[in-house]
Design a binder for this molecule. Structure first.
Ligand SMILES: NC(=O)c1ccc[n+]([C@@H]2O[C@H](COP(=O)([O-])OP(=O)(O)OC[C@H]3O[C@@H](n4cnc5c(N)ncnc54)[C@H](O)[C@@H]3O)[C@@H](O)[C@H]2O)c1
Length: 323
Protein backbone atom coordinates (compact mmCIF):
# COMPACT_ATOMS: atom_id res chain seq x y z
CA UNK A 1 0.00 0.00 0.00
CA UNK A 2 1.05 3.61 -0.35
CA UNK A 3 1.35 4.56 3.30
CA UNK A 4 1.81 8.01 4.81
CA UNK A 5 3.96 7.69 7.93
CA UNK A 6 3.98 10.79 10.12
CA UNK A 7 6.86 11.24 12.55
CA UNK A 8 9.15 9.41 10.10
CA UNK A 9 12.29 11.13 11.42
CA UNK A 10 11.51 10.15 15.01
CA UNK A 11 12.66 7.18 17.04
CA UNK A 12 9.68 5.01 16.16
CA UNK A 13 9.40 6.32 12.58
CA UNK A 14 13.00 5.53 11.69
CA UNK A 15 12.45 1.90 12.74
CA UNK A 16 8.99 1.56 11.25
CA UNK A 17 9.67 3.04 7.77
CA UNK A 18 12.22 0.41 6.69
CA UNK A 19 10.10 -2.43 8.09
CA UNK A 20 7.08 -1.22 6.11
CA UNK A 21 9.20 -0.90 2.96
CA UNK A 22 10.58 -4.42 3.45
CA UNK A 23 7.00 -5.69 3.39
CA UNK A 24 6.44 -4.04 0.02
CA UNK A 25 4.66 -0.88 1.16
CA UNK A 26 5.50 2.38 -0.54
CA UNK A 27 6.19 4.73 2.36
CA UNK A 28 5.95 8.51 2.30
CA UNK A 29 7.45 9.95 5.45
CA UNK A 30 6.23 13.31 6.77
CA UNK A 31 7.94 15.12 9.62
CA UNK A 32 8.85 18.63 10.70
CA UNK A 33 12.49 17.55 10.91
CA UNK A 34 14.54 16.07 8.07
CA UNK A 35 15.65 12.45 8.10
CA UNK A 36 16.51 9.60 5.74
CA UNK A 37 12.92 8.28 5.76
CA UNK A 38 11.26 11.69 5.40
CA UNK A 39 10.18 12.91 1.97
CA UNK A 40 7.80 15.67 3.07
CA UNK A 41 8.99 18.27 5.57
CA UNK A 42 6.15 20.02 7.32
CA UNK A 43 3.56 19.83 10.05
CA UNK A 44 0.50 17.60 10.40
CA UNK A 45 -1.19 20.78 11.67
CA UNK A 46 -0.91 22.24 8.15
CA UNK A 47 -4.14 21.12 6.48
CA UNK A 48 -3.13 22.20 2.98
CA UNK A 49 0.15 20.34 3.20
CA UNK A 50 -1.65 17.14 4.26
CA UNK A 51 -4.16 17.36 1.42
CA UNK A 52 -1.43 18.11 -1.14
CA UNK A 53 0.66 15.19 0.16
CA UNK A 54 -2.27 12.77 -0.14
CA UNK A 55 -2.77 13.76 -3.77
CA UNK A 56 0.90 13.99 -4.77
CA UNK A 57 1.80 10.60 -3.29
CA UNK A 58 -1.47 8.75 -3.91
CA UNK A 59 -1.72 7.91 -0.21
CA UNK A 60 -3.91 4.86 0.58
CA UNK A 61 -3.44 4.54 4.36
CA UNK A 62 -1.99 6.51 7.27
CA UNK A 63 0.14 5.51 10.22
CA UNK A 64 0.12 8.55 12.45
CA UNK A 65 3.12 8.36 14.78
CA UNK A 66 4.19 12.01 14.66
CA UNK A 67 3.44 13.96 17.81
CA UNK A 68 4.70 16.16 20.54
CA UNK A 69 5.22 13.86 23.48
CA UNK A 70 6.24 13.83 27.12
CA UNK A 71 9.80 15.22 26.83
CA UNK A 72 8.44 17.98 24.57
CA UNK A 73 6.45 19.42 27.48
CA UNK A 74 9.63 21.16 28.60
CA UNK A 75 10.20 22.58 25.10
CA UNK A 76 6.79 23.59 23.72
CA UNK A 77 3.73 25.49 24.97
CA UNK A 78 0.41 23.73 25.57
CA UNK A 79 -1.04 25.30 22.41
CA UNK A 80 1.55 23.49 20.27
CA UNK A 81 0.33 20.17 21.76
CA UNK A 82 -3.23 21.06 20.82
CA UNK A 83 -2.17 22.06 17.29
CA UNK A 84 -0.02 19.02 16.62
CA UNK A 85 -1.71 16.23 18.56
CA UNK A 86 -5.36 17.20 18.16
CA UNK A 87 -5.66 19.39 15.05
CA UNK A 88 -2.99 17.35 13.28
CA UNK A 89 -4.87 14.10 13.97
CA UNK A 90 -8.15 15.62 12.80
CA UNK A 91 -6.50 16.86 9.59
CA UNK A 92 -5.22 13.38 8.82
CA UNK A 93 -8.50 11.63 9.69
CA UNK A 94 -10.52 13.98 7.51
CA UNK A 95 -8.11 13.77 4.60
CA UNK A 96 -8.15 9.97 4.91
CA UNK A 97 -11.95 9.69 4.93
CA UNK A 98 -12.16 12.20 2.07
CA UNK A 99 -9.74 10.03 0.07
CA UNK A 100 -11.86 6.93 0.81
CA UNK A 101 -9.26 5.09 2.92
CA UNK A 102 -10.32 1.91 4.69
CA UNK A 103 -7.82 2.08 7.59
CA UNK A 104 -5.95 4.45 9.89
CA UNK A 105 -3.46 3.66 12.65
CA UNK A 106 -2.57 6.09 15.41
CA UNK A 107 0.17 5.83 18.02
CA UNK A 108 -1.12 6.77 21.43
CA UNK A 109 0.35 6.34 24.88
CA UNK A 110 -0.24 4.48 28.13
CA UNK A 111 0.83 7.74 29.77
CA UNK A 112 -2.72 9.10 29.35
CA UNK A 113 -3.95 6.48 31.83
CA UNK A 114 -1.69 7.85 34.56
CA UNK A 115 -3.47 10.26 36.86
CA UNK A 116 -1.47 12.15 39.47
CA UNK A 117 -2.66 9.63 42.10
CA UNK A 118 -1.41 6.66 40.06
CA UNK A 119 1.88 8.43 39.46
CA UNK A 120 2.23 9.15 43.17
CA UNK A 121 1.51 5.46 43.86
CA UNK A 122 -0.92 6.28 46.67
CA UNK A 123 -2.69 2.92 46.42
CA UNK A 124 -1.57 0.03 48.66
CA UNK A 125 -1.69 -2.24 45.63
CA UNK A 126 -0.22 -2.06 42.13
CA UNK A 127 -2.81 -0.77 39.64
CA UNK A 128 -3.70 -3.26 36.91
CA UNK A 129 -4.21 -1.40 33.65
CA UNK A 130 -5.94 -2.78 30.62
CA UNK A 131 -8.01 -0.99 27.98
CA UNK A 132 -11.05 -0.84 30.30
CA UNK A 133 -9.17 1.05 33.01
CA UNK A 134 -10.83 4.33 33.97
CA UNK A 135 -11.99 6.96 34.57
CA UNK A 136 -9.11 8.47 32.64
CA UNK A 137 -7.62 11.59 34.18
CA UNK A 138 -4.45 12.45 32.24
CA UNK A 139 -2.09 14.50 34.36
CA UNK A 140 -0.44 16.64 31.66
CA UNK A 141 -1.06 18.30 28.29
CA UNK A 142 0.51 15.36 26.48
CA UNK A 143 -2.02 12.91 27.91
CA UNK A 144 -4.94 15.30 27.49
CA UNK A 145 -4.22 15.87 23.79
CA UNK A 146 -3.50 12.19 23.07
CA UNK A 147 -6.79 11.21 24.71
CA UNK A 148 -8.59 13.76 22.53
CA UNK A 149 -6.84 12.33 19.46
CA UNK A 150 -7.91 8.80 20.42
CA UNK A 151 -11.48 10.02 20.74
CA UNK A 152 -11.29 11.67 17.31
CA UNK A 153 -10.28 8.30 15.85
CA UNK A 154 -13.20 6.59 17.63
CA UNK A 155 -15.69 9.24 16.54
CA UNK A 156 -14.57 9.34 12.89
CA UNK A 157 -14.64 5.55 12.68
CA UNK A 158 -18.17 5.54 14.10
CA UNK A 159 -19.35 8.22 11.71
CA UNK A 160 -17.64 7.11 8.51
CA UNK A 161 -16.78 3.42 8.94
CA UNK A 162 -13.09 3.97 8.16
CA UNK A 163 -11.27 1.49 10.39
CA UNK A 164 -9.14 3.16 13.05
CA UNK A 165 -6.72 1.38 15.37
CA UNK A 166 -5.20 3.18 18.33
CA UNK A 167 -2.07 1.70 19.90
CA UNK A 168 -1.66 2.85 23.47
CA UNK A 169 2.04 2.22 23.53
CA UNK A 170 4.15 1.96 26.67
CA UNK A 171 7.76 3.15 26.91
CA UNK A 172 10.25 2.45 24.15
CA UNK A 173 12.39 5.62 24.27
CA UNK A 174 16.17 5.11 24.29
CA UNK A 175 17.10 8.07 26.47
CA UNK A 176 17.41 8.20 30.24
CA UNK A 177 14.27 8.58 32.32
CA UNK A 178 13.64 12.27 32.95
CA UNK A 179 12.43 11.74 36.52
CA UNK A 180 14.22 8.67 37.96
CA UNK A 181 17.96 8.18 38.27
CA UNK A 182 17.89 5.19 40.64
CA UNK A 183 18.43 2.45 39.57
CA UNK A 184 20.80 3.45 36.71
CA UNK A 185 19.20 3.74 33.24
CA UNK A 186 19.88 0.29 31.77
CA UNK A 187 18.85 -1.46 34.98
CA UNK A 188 15.66 0.61 35.06
CA UNK A 189 14.83 -0.18 31.42
CA UNK A 190 15.40 -3.91 32.05
CA UNK A 191 13.04 -3.80 35.06
CA UNK A 192 10.39 -2.03 33.00
CA UNK A 193 10.05 -5.03 30.67
CA UNK A 194 8.16 -6.64 33.57
CA UNK A 195 5.31 -4.15 33.44
CA UNK A 196 5.69 -1.03 31.28
CA UNK A 197 8.11 -1.18 28.33
CA UNK A 198 8.64 -2.74 24.91
CA UNK A 199 11.42 -2.51 22.36
CA UNK A 200 11.13 0.02 19.55
CA UNK A 201 11.24 -2.92 17.11
CA UNK A 202 8.22 -4.50 18.79
CA UNK A 203 6.46 -1.12 18.80
CA UNK A 204 7.06 -0.88 15.04
CA UNK A 205 5.80 -4.42 14.43
CA UNK A 206 2.66 -3.76 16.49
CA UNK A 207 1.86 -0.93 14.05
CA UNK A 208 2.37 -3.27 11.11
CA UNK A 209 -0.01 -5.81 12.67
CA UNK A 210 -2.55 -3.04 13.29
CA UNK A 211 -2.34 -1.85 9.69
CA UNK A 212 -2.96 -5.37 8.41
CA UNK A 213 -5.85 -6.23 10.74
CA UNK A 214 -7.62 -2.84 10.88
CA UNK A 215 -10.35 -3.43 8.27
CA UNK A 216 -11.58 -6.58 10.11
CA UNK A 217 -11.73 -4.69 13.40
CA UNK A 218 -13.30 -1.29 12.77
CA UNK A 219 -12.38 0.69 15.88
CA UNK A 220 -9.82 -0.93 18.13
CA UNK A 221 -7.79 0.42 21.02
CA UNK A 222 -4.92 -1.66 22.36
CA UNK A 223 -2.23 -1.41 24.95
CA UNK A 224 1.06 -2.25 23.24
CA UNK A 225 3.64 -3.43 25.75
CA UNK A 226 5.81 -6.47 26.42
CA UNK A 227 3.68 -9.28 27.90
CA UNK A 228 3.77 -9.07 31.68
CA UNK A 229 4.40 -12.27 33.65
CA UNK A 230 2.09 -11.04 36.42
CA UNK A 231 -1.64 -11.45 37.01
CA UNK A 232 -4.16 -9.28 38.81
CA UNK A 233 -3.79 -11.52 41.87
CA UNK A 234 -0.19 -10.33 42.26
CA UNK A 235 -1.06 -6.65 42.58
CA UNK A 236 -1.02 -6.33 46.38
CA UNK A 237 2.25 -8.28 46.66
CA UNK A 238 3.82 -6.28 43.83
CA UNK A 239 3.29 -3.09 45.77
CA UNK A 240 4.56 -4.55 49.04
CA UNK A 241 7.52 -6.64 47.84
CA UNK A 242 7.93 -6.82 44.07
CA UNK A 243 11.34 -8.51 44.22
CA UNK A 244 9.84 -11.58 45.94
CA UNK A 245 7.06 -11.86 43.36
CA UNK A 246 9.62 -11.61 40.55
CA UNK A 247 11.77 -14.29 42.17
CA UNK A 248 8.70 -16.55 42.29
CA UNK A 249 8.22 -16.25 38.52
CA UNK A 250 11.93 -16.14 37.66
CA UNK A 251 13.95 -17.97 40.35
CA UNK A 252 17.19 -17.24 38.47
CA UNK A 253 16.59 -13.47 38.40
CA UNK A 254 18.06 -12.45 41.81
CA UNK A 255 21.42 -14.14 41.14
CA UNK A 256 21.66 -12.87 37.55
CA UNK A 257 20.87 -9.34 38.70
CA UNK A 258 23.32 -9.53 41.62
CA UNK A 259 26.10 -10.69 39.28
CA UNK A 260 25.55 -7.61 37.13
CA UNK A 261 25.28 -5.31 40.17
CA UNK A 262 21.65 -4.56 39.29
CA UNK A 263 18.58 -4.30 41.51
CA UNK A 264 15.14 -5.79 41.08
CA UNK A 265 12.38 -3.31 41.85
CA UNK A 266 11.34 -3.26 45.50
CA UNK A 267 7.81 -2.11 44.66
CA UNK A 268 5.73 -1.73 41.47
CA UNK A 269 2.91 0.78 41.24
CA UNK A 270 1.28 -0.35 38.01
CA UNK A 271 1.16 -3.10 35.42
CA UNK A 272 0.11 -2.79 31.77
CA UNK A 273 -1.76 -5.76 30.36
CA UNK A 274 -1.28 -6.13 26.59
CA UNK A 275 -3.20 -9.38 26.20
CA UNK A 276 -6.02 -7.81 24.17
CA UNK A 277 -3.55 -6.78 21.46
CA UNK A 278 -2.33 -10.34 21.32
CA UNK A 279 -5.87 -11.69 21.05
CA UNK A 280 -7.23 -9.24 18.45
CA UNK A 281 -4.16 -8.25 16.43
CA UNK A 282 -2.39 -11.60 16.74
CA UNK A 283 0.73 -9.75 17.82
CA UNK A 284 2.85 -10.46 20.90
CA UNK A 285 6.03 -8.54 21.61
CA UNK A 286 9.09 -10.67 20.97
CA UNK A 287 11.21 -9.14 23.72
CA UNK A 288 10.02 -9.69 27.29
CA UNK A 289 11.62 -9.97 30.72
CA UNK A 290 12.67 -13.56 30.02
CA UNK A 291 14.71 -12.24 27.07
CA UNK A 292 16.45 -9.81 29.42
CA UNK A 293 17.37 -12.67 31.76
CA UNK A 294 18.59 -14.75 28.80
CA UNK A 295 20.92 -11.92 27.82
CA UNK A 296 22.15 -11.61 31.40
CA UNK A 297 22.86 -15.32 31.61
CA UNK A 298 24.68 -15.58 28.25
CA UNK A 299 26.45 -12.22 28.42
CA UNK A 300 24.76 -11.13 25.17
CA UNK A 301 24.02 -7.41 24.71
CA UNK A 302 20.75 -6.23 26.20
CA UNK A 303 17.95 -6.72 23.65
CA UNK A 304 16.86 -3.07 23.86
CA UNK A 305 18.33 0.21 22.69
CA UNK A 306 19.83 2.58 25.21
CA UNK A 307 21.06 6.04 24.27
CA UNK A 308 21.23 8.42 27.19
CA UNK A 309 21.66 11.45 24.95
CA UNK A 310 18.82 10.89 22.47
CA UNK A 311 16.79 14.05 21.82
CA UNK A 312 13.54 14.07 19.86
CA UNK A 313 13.92 15.50 16.34
CA UNK A 314 10.90 17.73 17.01
CA UNK A 315 13.29 20.31 18.45
CA UNK A 316 15.01 20.50 15.04
CA UNK A 317 11.71 21.28 13.34
CA UNK A 318 10.49 23.63 16.06
CA UNK A 319 9.76 26.47 13.63
CA UNK A 320 7.40 24.24 11.64
CA UNK A 321 5.35 22.81 14.52
CA UNK A 322 2.65 25.49 14.34
CA UNK A 323 0.62 25.62 11.11
N1 LIG B 1 9.01 7.06 22.98
C1 LIG B 1 8.16 6.47 23.82
O1 LIG B 1 8.56 5.84 24.81
C2 LIG B 1 6.68 6.58 23.54
C3 LIG B 1 5.79 5.96 24.44
C4 LIG B 1 4.44 5.98 24.16
C5 LIG B 1 3.97 6.59 23.02
N2 LIG B 1 4.84 7.21 22.18
C6 LIG B 1 4.32 7.83 20.96
O2 LIG B 1 5.02 7.28 19.87
C7 LIG B 1 5.03 8.21 18.80
C8 LIG B 1 6.43 8.35 18.27
O3 LIG B 1 7.26 8.82 19.32
P1 LIG B 1 8.83 8.73 19.28
O4 LIG B 1 9.27 8.11 20.53
O5 LIG B 1 9.30 8.19 17.99
O6 LIG B 1 9.17 10.27 19.44
P2 LIG B 1 10.10 11.21 18.56
O7 LIG B 1 10.00 12.55 19.19
O8 LIG B 1 11.42 10.60 18.37
O9 LIG B 1 9.32 11.20 17.19
C9 LIG B 1 8.19 11.99 16.96
C10 LIG B 1 8.37 12.64 15.63
O10 LIG B 1 7.23 13.45 15.36
C11 LIG B 1 7.71 14.59 14.72
N3 LIG B 1 6.77 15.70 14.83
C12 LIG B 1 6.57 16.54 15.87
N4 LIG B 1 5.67 17.46 15.57
C13 LIG B 1 5.26 17.19 14.30
C14 LIG B 1 4.34 17.81 13.43
N5 LIG B 1 3.67 18.91 13.80
N6 LIG B 1 4.16 17.28 12.21
C15 LIG B 1 4.86 16.20 11.81
N7 LIG B 1 5.75 15.56 12.59
C16 LIG B 1 5.94 16.06 13.83
C17 LIG B 1 9.03 14.92 15.40
O11 LIG B 1 9.86 15.77 14.62
C18 LIG B 1 9.60 13.54 15.59
O12 LIG B 1 10.48 13.19 14.53
C19 LIG B 1 4.44 9.51 19.35
O13 LIG B 1 3.10 9.59 18.93
C20 LIG B 1 4.53 9.32 20.85
O14 LIG B 1 3.51 10.02 21.51
C21 LIG B 1 6.19 7.23 22.41
Amino acid sequence: MRVLLTGSTGWLGRHLAPRLAALGHEVTGLDVAPGPHTQVIGSVANRDLIEDTFVAHGIEAVIHAGALHKPDIARFPAQAFVDVNITGTLNLLEAATHAGHDRFVMTSTTSLMISQAVRDEVSDSAVWMDEDYGPLQPRNIYGVTKLAAENLCRQVQGETGMAAIVLRTSRFFPEDDDTHSDPPPENLKANEFLHRRLTVEDAADAHIAALARAPEIGFGLYIASAPTPFSRDDCADLKRDAASVIARYFPEAPALYAKKGWHLPASLGRVYDASRMERDLGFRCRTDFAAILDALSTGAPMPFAHDGGFVSPSTLGAGLIAP
